[in-house]
Design a protein around this ligand. Structure first.
Ligand code: B12
Ligand code: SF4
Ligand code: SF4
Length: 348
């Protein structure tokens, strides 16, 4: 099949089956490999050792010599009104859970969807297509390829932003052994804005487009398996799972981002601005059910409880004190230490 026809067919099939953007780029060396190398050597990746895998810094031809193209896809997950979370951030009895974690875990859903679409393409158009799918599931610099495929530009907060969708979208990639009609990167539209840098509570945006994960609330509340370092306790505020602040303030999300209707990814209402005592009780008593198909399982029960205790401390509401004090005697050292930290926060 001719390159232009295959390209058109792939785009049509993806766009009519739940993807909001699709773009293509070729297998090539990109300057981001060097950026990643120096980012890692400066320990900006904190304890995320998996990011050191050198395949992330290499041309995709090193994975398989036959790979010629990257199909980059995006799914808009902007399911809730933009003000819901922002309002809750100012109410001290409420918690804030990142938007992407309010719905089903994207990894499995997108992987399955891509696999079935690639099998259709194989069957209908191109039997000898070989492919490999990435949805945050392997060593691939996903944002860099999506940028090369024209899906958006790197905001100063390092998120990929599109002028219609803002940055509320998941990305995924399919590497294939076929040439396609390639797209071009889009222009950086941040201009002189610095809202994300100015709003980041922990100063984690250390340079234009550069995050120090050691300071990022998303890292501290999800990936970090230890206690929260003392200098970040207050700054974490009521963020109990991930952080959306540098996206919430972005004008491309505030004014222009499309809301996705009829999105069947099981929005968990009980995660939208939950009251702190309700979410504590839910996690304490129903973790095994709540974690099913949810991205929150990544923090594990202990990590989630740790984050809630800190948010209770930051609320300074003495009503929560007995709930926190209960953990002072926990056999789990992380939770016992966190309870101490939370009481100090409450009393400070
Ligand atoms: C590790 C990781 C994290 C870490 C580190 C984040 C980071 N900025 O590096 C932590 C845990 C902090 C994190 C947080 C979040 N993450 Co995350 N994360 C990843 C992951 C697995 C790898 C990212 C990575 O390689 N980082 C290393 C840095 C160096 O690369 P980068 O972030 O892509 O940044 C590029 C730019 O910085 C650019 N660049 C900057 N300056 C310069 C200068 C030059 C000269 C050049 C050439 C390039 C360049 O180069 C980099 C490489 O292209 C990706 C999935 C994947 N496999 O790619 C998801 C991913 C980036 N995360 C995602 C999301 C949604 C989030 C959160 C919003 C979750 C949340 N609500 O809490 C936050 C956002 C925080 C933020 N502002 O980035 C989405 C982003 C979607 C989008 N529209 O951008 C991804 C793509 C997952 C997905 N498949 O959809 N994440
Ligand atoms: S996710 Fe939060 S902590 Fe991380 S860079 Fe953005 S605003 Fe800062
Ligand atoms: S807040 Fe401003 S600087 Fe930051 S990503 Fe959005 S447009 Fe760019």
């Amino acid at each position: 099949m001719k390159t232009n026809i295959l390209s058109k067919n792939i785009k049509n099939i993806f766009l009519s089956n739940g993807f909001d953007m699709v773009g293509f780029t070729n297998a090539k060396d990109i300057p981001d490999f060097n950026f990643l190398k120096s980012w890692i050597s400066n320990n900006n990746h904190a304890e995320m050792k998996y990011l050191e895998d050198e395949r992330r810094q290499q041309n995709i031809k090193k994975l398989n010599l036959n790979f010629q193209s990257v199909i980059s896809c995006a799914i808009n997950y902007n399911t809730i009104d933009k003000n819901i979370n922002s309002k809750s951030s100012k109410e001290n009895n409420k918690a804030w859970i990142s938007r992407y974690a309010l719905i089903d875990d994207y990894h499995k859903i997108i992987n399955k969807k891509l696999k079935s679409l690639m099998e259709i393409i194989k069957l209908d158009y191109c039997e000898d297509i070989n492919y490999k799918i990435y949805v945050d599931t392997g060593p691939l610099l996903e944002r860099a390829y999506s940028y090369q495929s024209g899906l958006g530009w790197f905001g100063k907060n390092s998120c990929l932003i599109n002028k219609d969708l803002g940055s509320w979208f998941f990305i995924s990639e399919v590497l294939i052994n076929k040439k396609l009609e390639y797209d071009q990167p889009v222009k950086d539209m941040c201009g002189s804005c610095t809202k994300c840098i100015d709003s980041c509570p922990t100063g984690a945006i250390v340079d234009n487009k550069k995050i120090d994960a050691n300071k990022c609330i998303s890292y501290l509340t999800i990936e970090n398996k230890d206690t929260i370092p003392s200098n970040f306790l207050k700054k974490i505020g009521n963020n109990i799972y991930g952080c959306d602040i540098c996206q919430e303030v972005c004008p491309w999300n505030n004014k222009k981002a499309k809301i996705k209707n009829n999105f069947n990814w099981n929005l968990r209402d009980f995660f939208v601005s939950p009251e702190l005592d309700k979410i504590l009780q839910l996690i304490e008593t129903q973790w095994d059910e709540v974690k099913i198909k949810s991205p929150i399982k990544r923090a594990k029960k202990r990590g989630f409880l740790r984050n809630i205790l800190i948010a209770m401390g930051n609320s300074k509401n003495s009503y929560y004190k007995p709930k926190v004090q209960k953990y002072l005697k926990s056999d789990d050292k992380i939770l016992a230490t966190t309870a101490k930290q939370a009481i100090l926060l409450m009393e400070s």
